[in-house]
Design a binder for this molecule. Structure first.
Ligand SMILES: [Zn+2]
Length: 292
């Protein structure tokens, strides 16, 4: 960034007043991977689907030292878990504190970015800020979970847009359970990147009915090991996929998509985005056939 555009302010993590870096809210390796595998150099944001984006959300947030700290955990996650999982559709790896710090860095960045006012969230953000700053995972009182999304080829009960949402988009929310049948009022951070869901529990700080997903100080991850997410998170997750499946593009955006497709047809047809789109279409056709 040119020097004159740089912003001097307090680093949100260490508090030092200095020149701030422009930080990605979702780590840069994610939008970079999405562009490489999506078939076009553009992204569609779930928050604003009618606009095409060239990069993920960014903001001036951290000093260089803190930005580099985050970069270490991101690189570790990208190389040891994210890329291998997408390349081989499975991954087995050992981890230690860096996985906890990586997941907390996602939740903290998003909470700070959206300027959340809820006191329960603010308390969590302050605990997470100190945990990240001192790299002291033992001071974090909140539970964090990681969930691998596996490809379910032809299950017709899955909602429209399932594959596109899960494998070609990212999504973030401070989620509140409003379902009377589950745990009304439960609060957590919901972060989705292609192939993964991360949940950071906020209130209560430990939430039941997760299985095989808890991030420990150190352990082993196997993407194919049995795991399940609780009903209140499932309800949120499915409703977010359905919201995505219900997106109808404006004529202008549709024209952009068609043009980009024609221009790069061969490349698009080889892409993950195209394959996932076809899978969603064939599932929708199967559903329609069953109904009719
Ligand atoms: Zn800093």
């Amino acid at each position: 960034m040119p020097e004159r555009n740089r912003k001097i302010d307090r680093c949100a993590l260490c508090g030092e007043r200095t020149v701030l870096e422009v930080s990605h809210i979702i780590p840069k390796f994610v939008p970079d991977w999405m562009k490489k595998n999506g078939g076009t150099p553009f992204l569609t944001s779930l928050a604003n689907p009618q606009k095409r984006e060239q990069d993920g959300d960014k903001t001036t947030l951290l000093c260089r030292k803190c930005e580099q700290k985050f970069c270490v955990w991101e690189t570790k996650f990208a190389n040891e878990i994210f890329y291998p999982f997408h390349k081989h559709e499975k991954v087995i790896c050992s981890y230690d504190g860096w996985l906890h710090l990586f997941v907390v860095s996602l939740a903290w960045r998003f909470g700070v970015y959206v300027k959340e006012k809820d006191e329960r969230v603010l308390s969590a953000l302050e605990v997470w800020r100190k945990c990240l700053l001192d790299e002291a995972i033992e001071d974090d009182i909140y539970d964090h979970h990681i969930f691998f999304i596996l490809k379910n080829e032809n299950d017709p009960s899955l909602p429209d847009g399932y594959d596109m949402y899960n494998f070609t988009h990212y999504d973030e929310a401070i989620a509140l359970d409003s379902n009377e049948k589950t745990h009304q009022g439960w609060l957590y951070m919901f972060i989705h990147i292609p192939g993964f869901i991360f949940c950071s529990c906020i209130d209560p700080i430990i939430q039941e009915d997760w299985f095989g997903t808890l991030i420990l100080p150190k352990g082993k991850l196997d993407s194919n090991a049995p795991r399940s997410i609780p009903d209140h998170v499932k309800v949120q997750y499915i409703s977010r996929i359905e919201r995505y499946g219900g997106i109808r593009y404006s004529p202008k955006r549709m024209e952009q998509i068609t043009k980009s497709f024609r221009k790069n047809e061969q490349q698009v047809k080889q892409s993950l985005g195209y394959k996932m789109g076809l899978r969603d279409l064939s599932r929708a056709a199967l559903k329609k056939g069953k109904k009719g």
